[in-house]
Write a protein that binds this ligand. Sequence first.
Ligand code: C2O
Ligand code: CU
Length: 451
Amino acid sequence: MIRLSPLLILAACGGATVPQDLPVETADTAVEDTSPPPRPSLELAREIPNEATEPGRFETTLVAEGTYDGDTPVRYQYSGDVIRAQVGNQLAAVLDNQLQSPTTIHWHGAGAPYEMDGVPWQRQPTAPGEQFTYTFPLEQSGTFWFHPHFDTARQVDLGLYGVLIVEGPDEPEVVNDLVLILDAPHESAVDPHHHGLEGQALVWMVNGSIDPIGTLDAGPTRLRILNASNTGYLDLDTTDMTVLALDQGIRTAPWSTDSVVLGPGDRAELLVDLQGSMDLTSRPFSLHGGSAWGDPQRLLTLTGSGPSETPMPTFDVDPASPTPDPGTTDITYTFQGDGGSGQWRINHETFPDVTIEEVALGDDVIVEIRNLSPTNHPFHGHGHAFEVLGVNGVPPARYTLEDTVDVPIHGVVRVRFEATKAGDWMQHCHILPHAEGGMMTVLRVVDPEVP
Ligand code: C2O
Ligand code: CU
């Protein structure tokens, strides 16, 4: 049967003549044809129960599971999405590897000691069918994440990751504390040398669905947002956007802004007063220099329902002031490379053929990252969170502690940290095809007491 185009039907409604020999569908069908498909409901991230029988511990088994088409993996995931623990807890997470490939867990940003860092030169990856227990104290509040550090780009792209929330003793009182995991799946299927992987070219999913709608109780709402994508940047915007924290927990009173840029691996916490409906959007963002032309993409819509008796939290944080840049530099990383060659380098070196820089335990370390390549890079350091001293010479407006920072195209970012953990710490770009293309190096923190 011949179907009328919606346009023709509209024209028909407007009084145009419908050719006599065409069958005319009913008005009902016509309305169905023109309406957009219904938007999916927001899925809540699956919280992982604490199985500890003693106080002060968080124990769980994380099963790494795969769905395969023949031998080809189509989806990887852990048995849950969110660990919610308290500062001071000892985390004990058993990785139960039910994949057909070896894997590890890296606790991105959470301050795990070197033995628990999940990098394959520290310890052999966990083989299929084997288990390994990651255990370390959770000392820092914030929103962190965990993901493999073996065959990383592929395993993360397939969906193997989760969020680690560590709550401090005085968290603000909110009605909703919502985890939003943003990812653009199947990025490995796109040619990694074609650098058109820009925010607007990706289809973003929020907790697994595209452009969902969520209905929550009205009132103060904390949004913990993770950019879990391999390559895509987000430039977030919402109504009255207020930032509660960046990577490493609440440091200062919330601040309002109209843009939060999250590169791969980065997190931000927003605080919103959810009354009625609000959209979270992402502006087009080019890896070749930032803000780009085009319409913002809607990521999700949240609706607050019912009356809210909970007031917006007030903050009595004594903000630490940003450290003035001392102007000295201990380590310089120059980021080089280009998508054409697929070669990405730090200080002219391609991982694993790299010079290991050394600092001593207790050192105050200033790192300068200079981006000489034609694209932005999210820099991530294992082991130590850092304070950003400045971006292109401009000091930050407030003190924040981060573990992942965008290094703009042709830009210079300076950070400082105190070396408190001995180990061979990976420093790399969190655009995972860049890391795999060689944009990784190692910083050795030496304990002078240990020969
Ligand atoms: Cu989130 Cu070395 O990684
Ligand atoms: Cu990069």
